[in-house]
Write a protein that binds this ligand. Structure first.
Ligand code: SAM
Ligand code: SF4
Length: 347
């Protein structure tokens, strides 16, 4: 029996791409998926969510773990071997650790990592280490308690993230710090944050603020200026020859430290030409470019009694249509691609 009409219509709308490999029409090979487990979060970071929060998706509108695992089994069989678990705050979703464990054991899945604000991380660490999690990105924008609370709009303290980071490293987990520089919030805190990361033997990566959703009301800091500040404080930054992580970050080492400094600059160093990633939102939409609406409603398809072959064709088709580049430079239109909130897509 066929599922709801929507599923058939979605399939009929999109012709199948060529059969070989998981690539898009621009020749990019897609190997990396960011999976948002939930749109809910225990923080309200000023550039990510409105202070009053967002109306969360009803539970029935979020993909179940069974649906997520079926989707991942198919996408892994197609060639997506690396997965980043994100949110909202992924650790806010009950059962997240069981899901991560199940994902780790799927054939074709080579790497599963997590991005988290770390507020709930410490309790999860023994299990994450035991199941062989491949890495944790801790979002930490400042070590200053007052400004941390202002940025996260929470009562949390940076010390909690620091303790989680140290415990994670003690358990042998690979940890990176991700920080979003925001004018008027953490301008003066980036050198101390980098010093902390370097002293811990970690990488800190500065993520350029992307003008989506809530962030349109804020200004990021110039990555060139941050680099100058880093070199003034620590000496020359030496580009790292090998790539670390899954993405477009430029990483640098600093003499005397085992850690380093990175930059992820989607605007000033547009890296779309080498983009290897797609995203599955908490609502089950396969979003093939952060800043375009192109993709597939996988929830409708997964709930439409389709065969594995039909679902795989839908995934390949969506990826084939991945736009060449984001369009952050274009003026924002009401209801346009910037109308989403990062918390529902996962960064
Ligand atoms: N809650 C988790 C966390 O904070 O790591 C996962 C979800 S969060 C949306 C993922 C990452 O996106 C975080 O590092 C956050 O700082 C970053 N982020 C959120 N809004 C952003 C924006 N407008 N521009 C750049 N990065 C952003
Ligand atoms: Fe939550 Fe992460 Fe967004 Fe902060 S950046 S509000 S922690 S989803």
């Amino acid at each position: 029996m066929r599922g709801p009409d929507l599923a058939s219509e979605l399939l009929a709308l999109h012709p199948a791409p060529p059969l070989e490999g998981l690539a898009d029409a621009h020749g990019r090979s897609i190997r990396y998926m960011r999976l948002s487990l939930t749109d809910r979060c225990n923080f309200r970071c000023v550039y990510c969510m409105p202070p009053e929060g967002l109306t969360p998706l009803p539970h029935a509108e979020v993909l179940s773990y069974e649906e997520l695992l079926r989707f991942c089994r198919l996408s892994a069989a197609l060639g997506i071997s690396r997965y980043k678990i994100t949110g909202g705050e992924p650790l806010c979703r009950k059962g997240a650790l069981d899901f991560i464990h199940a994902l780790k054991t799927l054939p074709g899945v080579r790497q599963v990592s997590l991005t988290t604000n770390a507020a709930l991380l410490r309790g999860a660490l023994p299990r994450l280490a035991a199941l062989g999690l491949d890495g944790i990105n801790i979002s930490l924008d400042t070590l200053n308690p007052k400004r941390y609370r202002a940025i996260t709009a929470s009562s949390a303290l940076p010390d909690e993230a620091v303790a989680a980071l140290q415990e994670a490293r003690g358990l042998g987990l690979t940890v990176k710090i991700n920080a979003v520089p925001v004018a008027g919030y953490n301008d003066g805190d980036l050198v101390p944050l980098a010093r902390f990361a370097l002293e811990q033997g970690c990488f800190v990566r500065f993520i350029e603020l992307m003008p989506v959703g809530q962030a349109r009301a804020f200004a990021g800091l110039s990555q060139a200026q941050i680099r100058r500040d880093m070199e003034e404080a620590f000496g020359p930054l030496t580009p790292l020859a090998e790539s670390i992580g899954n993405g477009p970050a430029e990483h640098f080492t600093v003499a005397g430290y085992s850690g380093g400094i990175g930059f992820i600059s989607a605007l000033s160093k547009k890296f779309c030409r080498s983009c290897n990633r797609v995203r599955l939102t908490a609502a089950g939409f396969l979003k093939v470019c952060l800043h375009h609406e192109t993709g597939r409603d996988m929830k409708a398809l997964l709930r439409g009694n389709l065969s594995d072959e039909e679902l795989a064709r839908a995934i390949r088709g969506a990826i084939w249509e991945k736009p060449l580049a984001h369009s952050f430079e274009e003026a924002s239109a009401p209801g346009g691609p910037r109308a989403f909130f990062m918390s529902s897509v996962g960064g």
